[in-house]
Unconditional design. Structure first.
Length: 275
């Protein structure tokens, strides 16, 4: 498609960029005349951003937007993954007492929707006088940029401290490097009723042992309240038709693996590690 139509901008999801790196075709795309590569749809893992830079010499830009905003409202082109507003976008960020507390942001732009059709509760929660607030959480920094921490339901309080599944996923993905294909974290409840984290990973087949070793090292390097209690290794993670991880399926996968006592789950080998 790129060779046939000659686009100068390429928008896709992190999974596709990762697959292009694995297939060794990233450099060919960079030589095809594409000026900018933009990733959106879910958090861009640092290993994919860095791998793309090494393979192509070009920055993989991470964008943030929603159906309600039509266009990307935030972008990140740095290694730290923090977002800045795109041109003509206004951002308003509530200022709670704890500056490190993730919070919802409000967005105003000419492309933002007027509201929801016949959904009064969602309208009241998400729209106000021309501003729109998505259900995603961010931590503001002194330089005015925003750190994405996931949706409201991706945040979990462990030992009195907020933990983002996005933080955990990115830290473990960086620790595992090229030994893993995918990593996803999900909040779960223990038998004692306490909040905990579970990680589901897909190892590169010929590097499975290395993936387990690096995962254990990565977990031990995390602050104690961010350490997942379980790690389940699967052959694949559930994906949506648009190439994103199907988040709603992660918790049932974790629960099924526990019920199976780490046995085969739907034909996939599942390993539980106590972190």
């Amino acid at each position: 498609m790129v060779a046939r139509f000659g686009p100068t901008l390429l928008f896709s999801v992190p999974t596709l960029y990762h697959k292009m790196l694995q297939a060794g075709v990233a450099a060919a795309f960079a030589r095809s005349g594409v000026r900018h590569f933009i990733s959106a749809g879910e958090a861009l893992p640092p290993m994919v951003r860095q791998g793309w830079q090494q393979a192509t010499g070009q920055t993989l830009i991470s964008g943030y937007g929603t159906s309600e905003t039509l266009c990307l409202m935030l972008y990140s082109d740095g290694d730290d993954g923090r977002f800045a507003a795109t041109p003509l976008t206004e951002i308003r960020c509530p200022d709670p007492d704890d500056a490190a507390t993730p919070r919802r942001i409000w967005i105003r732009s000419t492309t933002v929707a007027l509201g929801y059709w016949r959904r009064p509760q969602a309208q009241a929660e998400g729209f106000s006088e021309g501003w729109f607030s998505p259900g995603d959480m961010f931590v503001p920094h002194a330089d005015g940029r925003l750190e994405f921490t996931g949706r409201n339901d991706d945040m979990i309080k462990i030992a009195g401290q907020w933990v983002s599944t996005v933080w955990v996923e990115q830290a473990l993905a960086a620790a595992c490097g090229d030994s893993v294909q995918q990593i996803a974290a999900v909040s779960v409840t223990t038998a004692d009723g306490l909040a905990a984290l579970s990680v589901l990973g897909v190892a590169v087949s010929e590097r499975a042992e290395l993936a387990r070793q690096r995962m254990a090292e990565g977990i031990n390097a995390l602050p104690k309240h961010r350490r997942p209690r379980w790690v389940h290794w699967l052959d694949a993670l559930p994906m949506t038709p648009t190439g994103k991880v199907q988040r709603r399926s992660l918790r049932p996968l974790h629960e099924a693996a526990l019920e199976d006592n780490c046995a085969e789950h739907h034909g996939r080998s599942v390993l539980q590690q106590d972190a």
